[in-house]
Ligand binder design. Structure first.
Ligand code: A3P
Length: 326
């Protein structure tokens, strides 16, 4: 079982904290609600360590999302964008030694709460080159404690929850089937917990709203992206991302097709065909499980009309008045 899902890393302090929090046991494990978000216990330990010990640098970039919303893609695109500006044209994005060729995007961009600050309460970050790239599924208000007054940039990717739900279900079945009781992960039970909001990093609406509001309040430091927009107009969206990260494409780069090269490098087809993504693992998770169909609307093959209606009603109710729409 991946470490972030277990409960064997808890300090005495965190055990005491957990005893003061609302807890809930899902099909197989206990979750607790901390600052409005549901975590498995070890992940909470990572969150607490992060809040206590993370020292931001103004050049940091944090890639944020609700699970299964396009995190892997966003990581790959950001790595590719920065790699090109780091090497400043000495090396083009189709260089054979590109980091994406030898490591999975999750190996290159660690999660703050599920990797770095879970492995150690004070991880050694000194050998990370600038800008440092991190990722998270925590809601924005939980990040804001250590990030107070920091100028670091945050990119959030949002995806239609019906596709997210189907993606979570597939991912969980692939990665946990071997370790947990067979049959504990039905689409129906995941649908119920998703709709109740009592699910890992849920409620999803609190997660997205925290970043949506953050992007409205501080657009220079919080960029809000959508998976569906990336699929529909990848060129426009990657240029938007590059501008936000202060590494826009020059006319020369555009003319020489660098935008398309990065999109091709980061495409699901290309990434999933690399050896490292076919066979490797990142933090006890099969790299291959991060790549499935990558389609918009795949939920239609899985959800009943009743399920569709229930999620649509949640969207309508929870996002009302926020200005945020699917
Ligand atoms: P599906 O399960 O619908 O196929 P995350 O990266 O947040 O874990 O999200 C995983 C989802 O993103 C999966 O969706 C996966 O197939 C899709 N995905 C992964 N890499 C992608 C890429 N390079 N381009 C587009 N979609 C990608």
């Amino acid at each position: 079982l991946p470490s972030h899902l277990r409960e064997d890393k808890l300090s005495e302090e965190t055990k005491t904290l957990i005893s003061s929090l609302v807890s809930y046991k899902d099909a197989s494990r206990k979750l607790c609600n901390y600052q409005g978000c549901w975590y498995y216990y070890n992940t909470l330990q990572g969150v607490v360590n992060f809040q206590r010990n993370f020292k931001p640098q103004d050049s940091d970039i944090i890639l944020a999302s609700f699970p299964k919303s396009g995190t892997t893609w966003l990581k790959a695109l950001t790595i590719a964008l920065l790699e090109r500006s780091k090497k400043n044209k000495d090396r083009s994005c189709d260089d054979i030694h590109h980091p994406l060729e030898s490591d999975n995007p999750h190996g290159l961009v660690p999660f703050l709460e599920m990797n770095l600050f879970l492995k150690s309460s004070t991880p050694d970050l000194t050998n990370l080159s600038s800008p440092r790239l991190f990722s998270t599924h925590m809601p924005l208000h939980t990040l804001q404690v250590p990030l107070k007054d920091s100028l670091c940039k945050i990119v959030y990717v949002w995806r239609n929850w019906k596709d997210v739900l189907v993606s979570i279900w597939h991912f969980t079945c692939i990665n946990l089937e071997e370790t947990e009781a067979e049959g504990s992960f039905t689409l129906e039970s995941m649908f119920d917990s998703f709709c109740s909001g009592v699910n890992y990093f849920g409620p999803s609406w609190e997660n997205v709203l925290s970043y949506w509001r953050g992007s409205l309040e501080d657009p220079k430091h919080v960029l809000f992206m959508r998976y569906e927009d990336l699929k529909a107009e990848p060129r426009g969206q990657i240029k938007r991302l590059a501008e936000f990260l202060a590494c826009p494409f020059s006319q020369e780069e555009e003319d020489s097709g660098d935008v398309e090269k990065i999109l091709e490098l980061c495409s699901l087809r290309n990434l999933s065909s690399l050896e490292i993504n076919k066979t490797g693992t990142s933090n006890d998770v099969h790299n291959s499980s991060f790549f499935r169909k990558g389609e918009v609307g795949d939920w239609k093959n899985y959800l009943t009309p009743e399920m569709e209606k229930k999620i649509d009603n949640i969207v309508e109710e929870k996002l009302r008045g926020s200005g945020l729409k699917f």
